[in-house]
Write a protein that binds this ligand. Structure first.
Ligand code: NAP
Length: 283
């Protein structure tokens, strides 16, 4: 009898997640039988849910906001990526043994290499944000080494904490607040500017990232927010002549890595993007 993979995503809320479309596309492409469900699990319900998970029935899960750090307490094993980033976005259930991994770093670095032709080595990077996604991006930057990094966050202390986690490897790391007088110069001199805050996301479009008006031609501007696909940052950066990279690529590549961890199968990257663009246009 053909195996049916039982997979899903936990988070709170999970109503608008694109993950079911992403993984169903890959399963169909590979001729894999898949049952992929979103599970809305509040932080208070997490312990009970994770105990049930050990009992079997679900082969693996994606994890999204706000549970990526909290699920770590329930893992029997953590990958080096999950330990380094300090968060789990993928759980593999090996017959009751729960393995926590993190594919966001891979997703980011692969989208930079394959979709923007950029390896970041020895570049000047300006990063907005110091939350979970920023931690994954900093993990990637740390592994590359030689990147001069400025982390700017609304809450400066969180940027400082994140900067202190980095190994640095001969390059500089600076943490600043959104109101810092170093912000404008740091943006002007950057090769790559990345938004890893939720500013620009549907429902958070009132706020504006500071200093965007100093972006110029020759810079690469990346927004990991993908709903809407063309965020206010990418729109402004494009109008100012900068190259841009949208967040859907990172989402697809992190999903591809999770799918591989669960099933061992490859991922139809371009087909997945087509399906996700349709889904974004319809919702
Ligand atoms: P998070 O851990 O909650 O961090 C949120 C970040 O956004 C923090 O730096 C926070 O600053 C900042 N922020 C939120 N609202 C703000 C506001 N009004 N003004 C200024 N700063 C604000 O969230 P996350 O997991 O890092 O996710 C961040 C974004 O990345 C989300 O939109 C998420 O959908 C997206 N994401 C995309 C991918 C992908 O594959 N493309 C993967 C992961 C995440 P403070 O520290 O000051 O609160």
């Amino acid at each position: 009898m053909k195996r049916v993979y039982s997979l899903g995503i936990i988070g709170h809320p999970v109503g608008h997640t694109l993950s079911p479309v992403l993984h169903k596309t890959a399963a169909e492409h590979n001729g894999i039988e898949l049952d992929y469900k979103p599970y809305d699990v509040s932080p208070d319900e997490l312990r009970g849910f994770m105990e049930g998970l050990r009992g079997g029935g679900i082969d693996g899960l994606n994890v999204t906001v706000p549970l990526k750090v909290a699920v770590m307490d329930f893992m029997d094993e953590l990958s080096a990526a999950a330990r380094g980033i300090g968060a789990v976005n993928t759980i593999i259930n090996k017959e009751g043994k729960l393995v926590g991994d993190n594919t966001d770093e891979y997703g980011f670095i692969t989208s930079m290499a394959e979709n923007a032709g950029e390896d970041m080595a020895c570049k000047k990077v300006f990063l907005y944000g110091a939350g979970g996604a920023a931690r994954a991006i900093c993990g990637a930057i740390d592994n590359i080494g030689g990147v001069d990094l400025v982390i700017a966050n609304r809450t400066e202390s969180k940027a400082e904490k994140l900067a202190a986690r980095l190994g640095n490897r001969g390059a500089s790391v600076e943490a600043i607040g959104f109101d810092s007088d170093k912000l404008v110069d740091s943006i002007r001199s950057a090769d790559i500017i990345i938004n890893a805050t939720s500013i620009g996301m549907k429902g958070n479009t009132e706020e504006r990232l500071p200093g965007v008006e100093y972006i110029s031609k020759g810079q690469l501007v990346v927004d990991i927010v993908y709903r809407p696909l063309e965020t206010p940052l990418l729109k402004q950066a494009g109008a100012r002549g900068a190259r841009t990279l949208d967040g859907l690529w990172m989402l697809i590549h992190q999903g591809a890595r999770s799918f591989k961890l669960w099933t061992g199968a490859g991922f139809p990257i371009d087909l997945a993007r087509e399906k996700l663009l349709l889904e974004l246009n319809n919702n």
